[in-house]
Ligand binder design. Structure first.
Ligand code: 5GP
Ligand code: ZN
Length: 117
């Protein structure tokens, strides 16, 4: 069923506490934790606790939850005292998506070029 935990999903395992992560924020519906492979001084992933395969599926299947994730990206930026930051949802393998559980990258703490690579 949509939103149910998936046995083979890394981020569902982080939500369940089966894999350790440096969690920086948690709400009833979301978790935010530091990326294991930092691409910027601040690099935090914000995920819904429920499993949705990417940002588009999340928005279609659970729009309120998508809003929760977006609200948390701002909360992370506030916690990290970021004036400017970038939110990235890699969607599809051609765009670099490697984990098939929706997640927002919050990147900041350095100059961010535009357009991105
Ligand atoms: P994607 O490439 O799907 O947009 O992003 C997946 C992100 O998850 C990558 O930036 C990768 O470094 C991060 N990641 C992969 N495995 C782990 C892990 O076990 N722990 C944490 N904290 N991040 C991970
Ligand atoms: Zn999952």
């Amino acid at each position: 069923m949509t939103g149910e935990p998936q046995d083979d999903c890394l981020f569902c395992k982080i939500v369940a506490g089966q894999i350790p992560a440096t969690i920086v924020r948690e709400t009833d519906t979301t978790v935010a934790f530091r990326d294991i492979n930092l691409q910027a001084p601040t690099h935090v992933l914000v995920i819904p606790k429920a499993h949705h395969k990417d940002a588009a599926a999340l928005a279609a299947e659970a729009p309120q939850l998508a809003a929760d994730v977006l609200r948390e990206t701002q909360a992370v930026a506030d916690d990290e005292k970021l004036d400017s930051y970038r939110i990235v949802f890699n969607t599809g393998s051609g765009a670099g998506q490697t984990v098939w559980h929706a997640h927002a990258h919050v990147l900041g703490g350095r100059g961010l070029e535009w357009p991105p690579g």
